[in-house]
Design a protein around this ligand. Structure first.
Ligand SMILES: [Zn+2]
Length: 165
């Protein structure tokens, strides 16, 4: 039991021993298993301290900069292009067949919608004049109602101002 408590404190024992309760410190000194674990952790930490990231090759930065410039100057990719790249080059390799299917479905739906829009535009073109006349008629009704409301407001306003005077 005390071993388990001690093991959760091993990191603190190395980094900040003052934080660790005295009984835990005493236990680790006495217990061979905990001492061994502490030593292992310490050697791991020392190894990590000495570890250095490898230097990139001298041409890496130049190539990276050139690549970034090319990417920046390239025309922005369209929606389907980006979608395709994302689906095809994502790390989920097992999802690729499914993704391709989804893309095909998306294109089908998108194409269908496009055709539908084109058709509806053509059929409604002939009745556009009729619809314009109808909307004009509706608008004139609305304007009439607004005028009536305005007149009522004016009357009540003048009535109030008269009473105030
Ligand atoms: Zn122990």
């Amino acid at each position: 039991m005390i071993c388990r408590i001690a093991k959760t404190n091993l990191e603190d024992l190395l980094l900040d021993p003052g934080k660790v309760p005295v009984e835990v410190r005493k236990h680790v000194e006495d217990c061979a298993e905990c001492r061994h674990e502490l030593a292992t952790l310490e050697s791991t930490m020392l190894a990590l301290d000495g570890w250095e990231a490898p230097e990139p090759s001298p041409f890496f930065e130049a190539r990276m900069a050139a690549r970034l410039r090319a990417e920046r100057d390239a025309p922005p990719a369209g929606f389907f292009e980006r979608m395709r790249a994302r689906l095809l080059y994502s790390s989920n390799l097992h999802l690729r067949p499914m993704a391709a299917g989804a893309l095909a479905l998306l294109l089908l739906i998108g194409g269908g919608t496009y055709v539908g829009v084109m058709n509806s535009n053509q059929t409604s073109a002939s009745s556009a004049t009729v619809r314009d006349l109808q909307s004009l008629d509706e608008n004139s009704q609305v304007f009439q109602q607004l005028n009536t409301l305005d007149q009522q407001d004016d009357e009540s306003d003048s009535g109030q101002s008269n009473s105030n005077l």
